[in-house]
Write a protein that binds this ligand. Structure first.
Ligand code: SF4
Ligand code: MG
Length: 334
């Protein structure tokens, strides 16, 4: 698969009054053309900051990209000028957020907002832009688009508003769509519809998608590969199928235990005990150690991201060749 985006050893730091927060720490991954990948983890794990970095949206100060490259079609996003970034966001990489209400202007009609977006980024006339708005609303499954154009955001349901955001994001024919918790604010039925919509649009338009979520269930429905982040670092990377059938990292086991099974076999959902670490003062060694049931003496040293069979990666001493226990020995407990 042709690579469209590669993130190489990315570090993002926030300089705060209380000290330095290492929000993203040595993160590397790639995205193929037409591929859908997921980035998963609890809030504060660095997934949204990673997404913002891809869009050139890290606020500086207090944020700073202290190391790494983000290469999109041969160009490094980290060193782009403000004007290059504006072009990039308008034409190449689009983003949709959890709450469409914060991204839509409440006093402008849906039609005007869509048209303005297409006029700015695609230099269409107002007439062309309005026609495009109708096409896009149609594409995302909004009935009677002509009527909707005249309505205001508050007149639409949450699911409809999220569709409008997707229409706006996709209307600029982006090569990459970044969706940050796009279904979290929606009820389960609408969630499923939005996921189906993104899947269909990916197939029709070949848009590459990065889905950011705290919910492994949502990710499983859409993605081919998953990156699990914890405390600013990648702790596991695998295909969805492998992550589900043979998860390697104790944190991934915890995430999986909190996902309902479709067949209803998991009636009791467990959340992971404890809190993610304070990134102002991260614990020494493995960041997951204070919450990990399997912690060993060696875990006082930070584990590297180790290669696992089938091109996978896992940041845990359990997968080290000299570990007395293997993830497979413990897997029955998940
Ligand atoms: Fe648990 Fe040790 Fe693995 Fe960290 S390195 S997740 S503490 S077993
Ligand atoms: Mg977030």
């Amino acid at each position: 698969m042709e690579t469209i985006l590669s993130v190489e050893n990315l570090n993002v730091v926030f300089h705060t009054y209380a000290g330095e927060v290492q929000a993203v720490n040595d993160v590397s991954f790639s995205l193929g053309k037409g591929e859908i990948i997921g980035i998963v983890g609890e809030s504060g794990c660095g997934k949204s900051v990673t997404a913002s970095a891809l869009m050139g949206l890290i606020p500086t100060p207090p944020g700073e990209i202290t190391a790494g490259r983000i290469v999109f079609e041969g160009n490094n996003i980290v060193t782009m000028s403000a004007e290059q970034l504006r072009q990039l966001r308008g034409n190449s990489i689009s983003m949709i957020f959890q709450d469409p209400m914060t991204s839509l202007n409440p006093v402008l009609s849906i039609g005007l907002q869509l048209a303005e977006c297409f006029m700015t980024h695609q230099s269409l006339s107002k007439h062309e832009a309005l026609n495009k708005a109708i096409d896009m609303l149609h594409l995302v499954g909004i009935p009677e688009p002509e009527l909707r154009l005249k309505q205001y955001p508050h007149q639409l349901s949450g699911g409809m508003r999220q569709r409008v955001m997707i229409a706006m994001a996709l209307g600029c024919d982006p090569r990459i769509l970044i969706a940050d918790e796009p279904t979290t604010a929606l009820d389960v039925t609408i969630q499923a519809q939005i996921i189906e919509l993104m899947k269909r649009l990916n197939q029709q338009l070949q848009t590459s998608i990065i889905l950011i979520s705290h919910d492994l269930g949502v990710v499983a429905g859409l993605c081919s590969r998953v990156i699990v982040m914890y405390a600013g670092k990648i702790v596991e990377a695998a295909t969805v199928a492998e992550l589900y059938s043979n998860p390697q990292h104790p944190y991934t086991w915890g995430l999986l235990r909190s996902v309902p099974r479709l067949d209803g076999s998991r009636s009791r959902l467990e959340s992971i005990v404890g809190q993610p670490p304070d990134l102002l003062a991260p614990p020494p060694g493995c960041a997951y150690m204070p919450r990990c049931t399997y912690a060993m003496e060696v875990c006082r040293q930070e584990p590297p991201l180790l290669p696992v069979e089938n091109d996978r990666q896992c940041r845990c001493w359990l997968v080290h060749e000299s570990s007395p226990l293997r993830p497979a020995d413990l897997l029955g407990e998940v």
